[in-house]
Design a protein around this ligand. Sequence first.
Ligand SMILES: [Zn+2]
Length: 409
Amino acid sequence: MFDHLPSHVAGLTCVLCGASFTDPMTWACPHCGPSSRMDVRYRPAPADVLARFASRPFDQFRYRELLPLPLGAELPPIQVGGSPVSSAARLAEWFGVAGAFVKDDGRNPSASTKDRPSAVAVVLAKAAGAERVVCASTGNAASSLACLAASMGIPATIFVPKRAPAPKLAQLRIFGARVLRVDADYDTTWELSQRIATRRPWFNRNCAVNPYLVEGKKTISLELADQLRERIPDWVAVSVGDGCTYAGVVKGLEEAHAVGLIPRVPRVLGVQAEGAQPLVRALDGDGVLHVEPAETVADSIAVGHPRNFVKALWAARRNGGRFVPVNDAAILEGMRQLAQLAGVFAEPAAAATVAGVREAVARGIIPANATVAVLVTGNGLKDTATALTAVDGPEDVPADEAAIEARLG
Ligand SMILES: [Zn+2]
């Protein structure tokens, strides 16, 4: 992908043993093996970095001194990041805390936070002269890659398993991706796509091990810090599937503090579904990953085998972070409350975050005098079928004025 690291990147560090490397393609530590993960380290930010940030548009590339992109690389023409933060007093009251903010990252081009790492992927693909980008997924990563690739004029091939849901296929096809529907389950589809892609001059977005893509995720908390500054809350909450986003959120807050955007680093609450909580069990238990089957309405976090487990635990321990589980009923309740108390429609995985804050307050993890920011990582229109199970249907009435008046009472 790179011949050499960009000049503002110092190197890659193994999150298990701390060994450092300057070969940009060292993605697994030779000492720690394939389960290790690499973290991108930057050279100290220039003294005027805040002024440089402020001189640029408010989107994720504002923070380019903290992103692993070649200087002068072509950026997508559509806005990625720069999502709004709003204060949510009625939601705070429902949580039982002193104050709450909602950062609505569903307002990205393909309506999820995945646009952030996908934007990094297409910038790197373009800079490397890749002929095509590829990934295997039926979820937000796929629709996001299809969207960003279209914006940069890079052909995309997406492998989906046979059971790929129609709304996701629609998003993929309308962005012009070539969609190969494999007559198999997700695991087989993923393996096939890996083998086929590596034989070709294609840029592969599959990699949970790719240390550069996850750097895109941290821009959600760099932005939060930039937007709130001294009002930065005590806690930031986000849902957790494979652990990439959690690790990125922690790192972004640490870097925001290091460059002087915020006076302190908030603690980060990770929320998992009760039916898929390997990280909760590991952090609160023996620190070991126990892979389990995943079962939850929140498809984006239905991950029994989190591929960035190592990095997520590493970040949580450094941060003093906590993980809590929430059940499906609580997730649907969270979806209703977020919509009706704050005016934000979230997909189930993002609504889990709301449920998780309430749970953390009930458990005494988040105290009543604390302030909290909720990161909404996907728009509710991604999964209207689940949303409709969270509410009653409409009231059917005849086309008759008197009958409607009678019904209204
Ligand atoms: Zn190592």
